[in-house]
Design a protein around this ligand. Structure first.
Ligand code: SAH
Ligand code: SF4
Ligand code: F3S
Length: 484
């Protein structure tokens, strides 16, 4: 993962959400005004930037990856931890320098920080001309006109319906093989540490017809893997009755579509289209989802199941809706239905309010039981407006938080290596994503469990499936050779 915005947070070879910053690729159709977007935070935000690019492309903007060429700079921001917001503020500082040289350049802040701070952002960061929350992107052309007319523009209205279902995203920075599809927006859980329900609003599911159409279109264009995205995919729910009376009157399908049903429908598009999804919630993931995964070879055997803490008392304070025992029970079901090789990954928070040393040890011992393939690891950062900020003191000293995080990272390092060693001397089916970062002579791709595998390229190219015999590994990567 390039350009980590939070340096100590992860040991992770994957393209998982949260810590990267990505800039727009070039998309040039001869339009005059140039848009440059930088995206921070989770994959949702990257996906949204593709929607923004699509909306603005119709309005006469092309995208550029060269910030100096930009007429309009957008930062699509993240509020998940204080550090994420600080990164954006530093970036705005830097852009201030550019704007001095090019005063006509427009600067917009989108995403979660825009939603959280609203007009305050205009007061605090004088350089910002435009503020748009995650549900306000259809209004961007209008907001840009206001700025063209010399005003500042803000829209942070949160919607109960918006899913951008009809907007076909412009794929930015794409490898042409793997793509993300948003299947829902917002979150109705109230994890006490988390700002997402405040910045992304109520949970809503996207019309399955538009999801399937997008996946089919991607497959037809040569893509071979889609990742279905939502903050809690297990609560995906769509019913024609509630959502689309018009279609119901035409006597098309009238049924409730849950996540397992949706997953199966996407998997049935083509056996060569791999399907992944993120994020699963331990309180909601059903055996039906696990059996659906087992039934279809092309649904990848990897589950991102963030635990956050191994202590039932801390989980209760976090309002996660499950206990340590419940979590371990879900893991036992995964192992029973999908076997030992199914990848399981997690997010962990060190030093949540009132966490004792003993409770921290429970997180480490749970990691030992589950044996995660990898994890995103953070120390607790209090977010204004969250339940935890209102109810509990952020009372663990930062040195203690960092020390606990360090121990969690050490443990995960050891587990990642152990899990990768299991893969050595075995043949893995790999979808090739492109040339390895290490060398032009090597290709890289992933196996079903989302492990990165690097191998000499032979005469193969991206988008193809190959069988690779893995000969060695590190904590992050498997290395091998093609055997077919
Ligand atoms: N919807 C996903 C996670 C979204 S946020 C889920 O429920 O798992 C991604 C991760 O950021 C969370 O899983 C959590 O580990 C971390 N995180 C969220 N709020 C945080 C905070 N205030 N401090 C530190 N880490 C946080
Ligand atoms: Fe945040 Fe919890 Fe929703 Fe995940 S499920 S986005 S952690 S509130
Ligand atoms: Fe994602 Fe960050 Fe928002 S993690 S949902 S961009 S707060």
């Amino acid at each position: 993962m390039p350009n980590l915005i939070e340096d100590i947070d992860i040991i992770n070879p994957s393209k998982e959400p949260n810590q990267e910053v990505k800039t727009t690729g070039d998309y040039n159709s001869g339009n005059k005004r140039k848009l440059y977007i930088e995206s921070y935070g989770c994959q949702m935000n990257f996906s949204d930037s593709e929607i923004v690019a699509s909306i603005l492309h119709k309005e006469g903007f092309d995208t550029t990856s060269d910030i100096d060429q930009a007429d309009l700079i957008f930062l699509n921001t993240c509020s998940i931890r204080e550090k994420a917001e600080q990164t954006v503020r530093n970036r705005l500082n830097h852009i201030n320098g550019l704007k001095k040289k090019k005063p006509e350049m427009m600067v917009g802040v989108l995403g979660c920080m825009a939603e959280r701070l609203k007009t305050k952002l205009l007061e605090e960061e004088k350089i910002v001309d435009l503020v748009a929350g995650p549900d306000a992107y259809r209004d961007l052309p209008q907001l840009i006109l206001q700025v063209d007319d010399g005003a500042k523009a803000v829209n942070t209205f949160l919607s109960r319906e918006e899913t951008y279902a009809d907007i076909s995203p412009v794929r930015l920075n794409s490898n042409g093989v793997t793509a993300f599809i948003s299947i829902m927006r917002g979150c109705d859980n109230m994890c006490s540490f988390c700002v997402v329900p405040l910045t992304r609003g109520r949970e809503r599911s996207r019309d399955p017809h538009s999801i399937l159409a997008e996946a089919k279109d991607l497959f037809a264009r040569g893509y071979r893997e889609v990742t279905l995205l939502g903050q809690n995919v297990d609560s995906y729910k769509w019913s024609e009755e509630e959502n689309n009376k018009a279609r119901l009157e035409k006597k098309e399908v009238n049924q409730v579509v849950n996540f397992a049903n949706l997953l199966e429908r996407v998997a049935l598009i083509h056996p060569d289209l791999r399907v992944r999804f993120s994020t699963s919630h331990p309180k909601d993931i059903t055996d039906e989802v696990l059996y659906t995964m087992a039934k279809h070879e092309n649904i990848c055997k990897n589950i991102h199941l963030p635990v956050q803490s191994g202590s039932s008392r801390v989980l209760e304070l976090m309002n996660r809706g499950y206990s340590r025992e419940w979590y371990l029970n879900r893991v036992a079901s995964i192992r029973a239905i999908l076997g030992e090789d199914c990848g399981i990954t997690s997010d962990m928070i060190a030093g949540f309010c009132t966490e004792t040393e003993e409770e921290h040890r429970e997180t480490i011992s749970l990691m030992d039981v589950v044996k995660y393939d990898y994890a995103f690891m953070f120390f607790y950062s209090e977010r204004p407006g969250t339940l935890a900020a209102k109810k509990f003191a952020d009372d663990i000293p930062v040195e203690t938080k960092k020390q606990r995080l360090d121990e969690i990272i050490q443990k995960q390092s050891q587990l990642s290596l152990e899990r990768n060693q299991r893969d050595v001397n075995k043949i893995h089916k790999v979808l090739i994503e492109g040339v390895s970062k290490r060398s032009e002579e090597f290709l890289q791709g992933r196996n079903t469990a989302n492990k990165v595998i690097v191998f000499p390229k032979g005469n193969r190219s991206k988008g193809e499936y190959v069988n690779v015999f893995v000969e060695s590994c590190t904590t992050a990567t498997l290395t091998g050779r093609i055997v077919d």
